[in-house]
Design a binder for this molecule. Structure first.
Ligand SMILES: [Zn+2]
Length: 284
């Protein structure tokens, strides 16, 4: 028998749903509600009260007192809890929590090695569309985004291997574009997925990939500010070598060799410049 629900009877609940989000910790590990709640309040710093309810396995309904806090949390995505992706989705109160899909997440992707002519809104959208749905390209008002890299905000499928780069063709010339992700959670260096789901890692029938054959690594992640500072303060070049190793791995062929060579010169140039700067400081 079907029970018809009158709009009047859900009005109240739906209006409360306007200040709610549904969140899922993408992990097979059970984490206590209190631990998550404490960590999230620390990270979100809501200006109003926040109520937190468990509605499934690692699945939560969060109700904010102030709509502004909800907007901030949605805009501040992705949220990471102890290195694990905490997927947050808007909730209208009308759909069932089981209908909400959590296998997507929004990331700021940095695209390196783009020719200056390509550092703009349109190319950002074009390359980003091959990875997922582009939400935003970080540019000036006129659509130009010159800088060390082009920043593109993309909604991607976390059950697919992360894209490491693309080869673009500009007027007949191939250029290798490398990606790095801001706030990238822990992910599988064997298959490149952020979340396997219940089935676990299926690459090579469950066997681990040899260290030397891994196609993924920490280099896909934009290092935290602290780590960058530590790097700048020391002469140690591990960070760049690691990065270079990563770039080397993500595509093969002549295009790659050329890109690595130019990247290498770039690294050497930067190192020389840094040494010069340090020398100047010493002479002062
Ligand atoms: Zn895997």
């Amino acid at each position: 028998m079907e029970v018809a629900i009158q709009p009047r009877s859900v009005e109240n609940v739906v209006s409360r749903g306007k200040v709610c989000i549904i969140a899922k910790l993408l992990s097979e590990r059970y984490v206590g509600k209190e631990i998550i709640r404490r960590q999230l309040i620390k990270g979100w710093r809501p200006t109003g009260h926040l109520s937190f309810k468990v509605i499934g396995e690692n699945l939560f309904l969060v109700e904010f007192e102030k709509e502004w806090d909800k907007v901030r949390v949605l805009e501040g995505r992705p949220w990471i809890f102890e290195g694990i992706l905490f997927s947050v989705e808007d909730f209208d109160g009308l759909s069932s929590p089981s209908d909400i899909v959590f296998d997507q997440a929004v990331f700021w992707v940095r695209m390196f090695n783009l020719p200056l002519a390509c550092m703009g809104k349109e190319v950002g959208f074009q390359i980003g569309a091959t990875m997922g749905t582009v939400e935003e390209v970080d540019t000036d008002e006129d659509g130009v985004g010159w800088g060390e890299y082009l920043r593109v905000r993309i909604r991607i499928d976390v059950k697919k291997p992360l894209a490491r780069g693309r080869v673009i063709n500009l007027l007949g010339k191939q250029v290798l574009i490398g990606f790095r992700y801001e706030k990238l959670p822990k992910y599988c260096f064997d298959c490149g997925k952020i979340w396997h789901g219940r089935e676990g890692c299926t690459i090579r029938g469950g066997y681990r990939v040899k260290e030397s054959e891994k196609q993924y690594g920490p280099w896909l992640r934009v290092p935290s500010l602290r780590r960058q500072k530590e790097y700048q303060q020391s002469h140690h070049s591990a960070w760049h070598d690691e990065e270079l190793g990563g770039v080397k791995k993500f595509l093969e062929g002549e295009v790659l060799a050329r890109a690595v060579a130019s990247f290498q010169t770039e690294v050497v140039k930067r190192r020389r410049l840094r040494r010069k700067i340090q020398a100047i400081r010493i002479f002062r």
